[in-house]
Design a protein. Structure first.
Length: 512
């Protein structure tokens, strides 16, 4: 069976596609598997990104907070130094959860070196998108508008404000935030060349976005509509900010978290020394990494296993990587999406009813399972375990009664075949997918809990997904004796809708 022991007490929860794979539901599964053992999970660490990465665990939608929130026995929820976090967003997410009975503040530790994101970054995010569209005449980048890229730009530009600044006096923080505000408005006016009308519209746009995002918290009375009103930060004329108000609001939000700011690196080392397991929860996915993905359709952080050590601040050492995918592919934003389905395809119509971004509510594009991307993630990123979600979504329904496709290679106009993802985006844009077809199934599998009880066509499709990834990853070489195993298979969104008794990889690939 696939449930072999984890190879390390450090576990990375990463996406192997283009994000939105269902990584959040993995945390409770690992916690349950290790519950009652000496190596039980004691820390879940958010490794990268910010409020742009939405995770759902046990029906709870999260952005900044790790999905360990839903597991009461996990003692520590940590936010690493590789994260950019708006302290107001921390509160907007925490207070409704506390009101619903989830203990957050007593478990939360934000690293001192976690970077502070704020309104300035969000305004810049919108302005750079306008610049890209209106002045460069390029396609939209598809940013979430959460200020993530401008926040990381401040890091590499040596302008960062960190949560440690909330532990010092107010004047130092006020000076740094005022300087940031000045840089932002000058950039927006003179470099991005936004119109006064666009500038004024940004504040309303951000307000409406947060009213939608925090609707539940407002309804619960945990967050007020006034809290998410961005008009309070607009100056009395275009391209100015109400800096005193900006400083006041952010100083209050940040210092209120003072008891939750500290050394994540010491926490992780201490828990490891005690024999416990630490899970690193990643946002986005391998193909959205700022270095290994395809700019500009990437995020601004590193999205795969090595970033665990940078964000936690501990030495590089053995780590168990858990790759997460869906039984088909999705993408939100703009992207060269090689396996995208035609919008009129009946499966595309069916899947789009399910696929909306957790963070933004944007409609996701949907496509066939791309084994080339996932195989390259294994080849160059590596993972020991695999989780595949949403197999149930492929079941025949309505007008959808066709075969399933798996992309096993690409081909260009001249007929040249590509077995790996070209690193040149100009080349990748010209490629078409090479598909292998597999029969679909009509049976409802949402209540199935044993692999052997799946319809034969579903078992074969699962086996083909795994085998095709291995064939890409190990092309031209002998397969290693230790193969990644499919550890969990999702057949519905509920926490219990998982199959655990999947055959070993050697047995599984024979079915394909």
């Amino acid at each position: 069976m696939a449930l072999h022991p984890f190879s390390s007490r450090l576990i990375a929860d990463v996406g192997i596609s283009l994000g939105d794979e269902g990584k959040g539901r993995l945390i409770p599964e690992i916690a349950a598997e290790l519950r009652g053992t000496p190596s039980a999970v004691s820390v879940v660490l958010k490794v990268n990104g910010g409020a742009n990465s939405g995770h759902t665990a046990a029906g709870i939608k999260l952005n900044l907070l790790p999905a360990g929130v839903v597991e009461r026995e996990i003692a520590h929820l940590a936010i690493g130094s590789g994260v950019v976090a708006d302290p107001r967003k921390v509160w907007w997410e925490t207070l409704p959860l506390e009101k619903k009975g989830h203990s957050v503040l007593s478990r939360l530790l934000i690293d001192e070196r976690t970077m502070v994101s704020d309104v300035c970054a969000r305004l810049l995010d919108l302005a750079w998108e306008d610049y890209r569209i209106n002045h460069l005449q390029e396609e939209p980048r598809g940013s979430t508008g959460r200020g993530i890229t401008p926040s990381y730009l401040d890091e590499v530009g040596q302008w960062q404000i960190t949560f440690a600044d909330f532990l010092a006096g107010p004047n130092y923080f006020a000076r740094k935030l005022a300087q940031r505000a000045d840089r932002a408005v000058r950039t927006i006016e003179h470099v991005c060349r936004c119109t006064p009308e666009a500038w004024n519209g940004y504040f309303e746009k951000l307000t409406q976005a947060e009213l939608r995002a925090n609707a539940e918290g407002i309804e619960l009375g945990a967050v007020s509509a006034a809290d998410v009103d961005f008009l309070q930060f607009r100056g009395d004329r275009p391209f100015t900010l109400n800096v005193p108000r900006l400083v006041e609001v952010y100083w209050k939000a940040g210092t209120a978290l003072a008891q939750n700011i500290g050394e994540v690196r010491e926490l992780v080392l201490r828990e490891m020394h005690a024999g416990h397991t630490v899970i690193g929860e990643f946002g986005q996915a391998y193909w959205l990494d700022k270095r290994h993905g395809f700019s500009p359709n990437v995020t601004a952080s590193h999205t795969y296993t090595p970033e665990f050590f940078e964000s936690a601040g501990i030495p590089v050492q053995p780590i168990h990587t858990f790759g997460v995918a869906k039984a088909y592919d999705t993408k939100v934003g703009t992207h060269t999406f090689v396996t995208e389905m035609d919008a009129a395809h009946p499966l595309s119509v069916k899947l789009k009813l399910l696929e909306f971004g957790t963070s933004t509510g944007r409609q996701r594009m949907v496509g066939w399972y791309d084994a080339v991307e996932k195989g390259d993630t294994l080849r160059y990123g590596g993972f020991q375990d695999l989780m595949i979600n949403k197999l149930d979504a492929l079941t025949w329904a309505g007008d959808w009664t066709g075969d399933l496709q798996i992309c096993t290679a690409y081909v260009d106009a001249s007929g040249k075949r590509y077995g790996h993802v070209p690193r040149n985006e100009a080349v990748r844009k010209t490629l078409k997918p090479v598909y292998v077809s597999y029969p679909g199934w009509s049976e409802d599998i949402s209540e199935v809990r044993r692999f052997a009880d799946l319809p034969p066509a579903a078992r074969r499709y699962v086996a083909a997904m795994v085998r095709s990834v291995l064939e890409v990853a190990y092309a031209g070489q002998e397969w290693p004796t230790q193969l990644p195993n499919l550890r969990y298979l999702g057949v519905g969104p509920g926490p219990a809708q998982l199959i655990h008794d999947i055959p070993s990889t050697v047995e599984l690939v024979r079915l394909a």
